[in-house]
Unconditional design. Structure first.
Length: 276
């Protein structure tokens, strides 16, 4: 259990870190594409090595491709959200709202069930998001909620995919597909900017891509050592980390309200997964 705790908390730090990197980037769409491209390349190497050593892993490539395609609107919406609003507001809404919408989508589409305790957790998440939303304009909140909707869509797709695959293999395949599809999209819309962006920002893109890929891998490993709900709850501690980072690293205001609301969202997510 201790190992799973450490892995999940490190994954939370990594996730918040690469999102901060995107927030600090001048061109957030190119930054997101760059990290997906590098993360996908690394994942492809791992899949190739896996195949050569022990045979190809069981992967639902169709679902991985669909999920990868949803990362095009995800990039568009997340970059817009970070352009419009503070990190300490946008990130908790994106993560909390995405988890909430994914849970509800699981009930409606995947025939998942929600207990009374989980329903109470959902109410806490909603309360935390409302506290946060009242401190900003709906122009900002709406942008963050649109990202949460895209997260819910690919989470439901991934729910289908992982149930038909080796979980780690599927995660790697998802990275490959997301990298390939977003690269095709960027090549079609901003081809001239691709190589200069990689040349000038390869360290930032590389670190963000490694953080994203490693963070997901750590979660997959943690799932093997502790209940999924326990790991998932610790993983979402990133919302509180984001509130602190916005205050201390990005000099964003209204930190007491934002940290409080992020903490409420985190407690709600813990209750949500605990009730499952």
């Amino acid at each position: 259990m201790l190992l799973a705790t450490v892995l999940a908390l490190v994954a939370a730090v990594l996730h918040a870190s690469w999102n901060i990197s995107v927030k600090q980037s001048g061109d957030k769409r190119i930054a997101l594409w760059g990290q997906f491209a590098i993360g996908g390349a690394l994942s492809g190497v791992v899949i190739l090595a896996w195949t050569l050593i022990s045979g190809p892993p069981s992967i639902a490539w169709g679902w991985a491709a669909v999920s990868g395609a949803t990362h095009v609107p995800y990039i568009l919406l997340l970059s817009r959200a970070y352009d419009r609003g503070d990190f300490s507001m946008s990130y908790p809404i994106v993560r909390g709202g995405g988890a909430l919408a994914a849970a509800l989508g699981g009930v409606l589409i995947l025939d998942d069930t929600i207990s009374f305790i989980s329903a109470f957790g959902i109410l806490l998440v909603v309360a935390g998001l409302l506290v946060l939303a009242t401190s900003g304009s709906w122009h900002v909140v709406g942008a963050a909620l649109s990202v949460a909707s895209s997260i819910a869509v690919y989470s439901i797709v991934d729910g289908h995919g992982t149930r038909q695959s080796n979980a780690i293999g599927y995660a790697l395949a998802l990275n490959v597909c997301a990298a390939a599809i977003t690269t095709l999209w960027v090549a079609n819309t901003r081809r001239a900017e691709m190589m200069p962006a990689i040349k000038n920002n390869w360290k930032r893109f590389g670190l963000a891509g490694i953080a994203s890929t490693a963070g997901y891998a750590l979660i997959m490993i943690a799932y093997q050592h502790a209940p999924v709900g326990y790991v998932a709850a610790l993983r979402e501690s990133s919302v509180v980390l984001a509130a602190f980072a916005g205050w201390k690293m990005l000099d964003e205001g209204d930190h007491r309200r934002r940290i409080t609301s992020a903490a409420i969202v985190l407690v709600g997510l813990v209750v949500l997964v605990a009730g499952g």
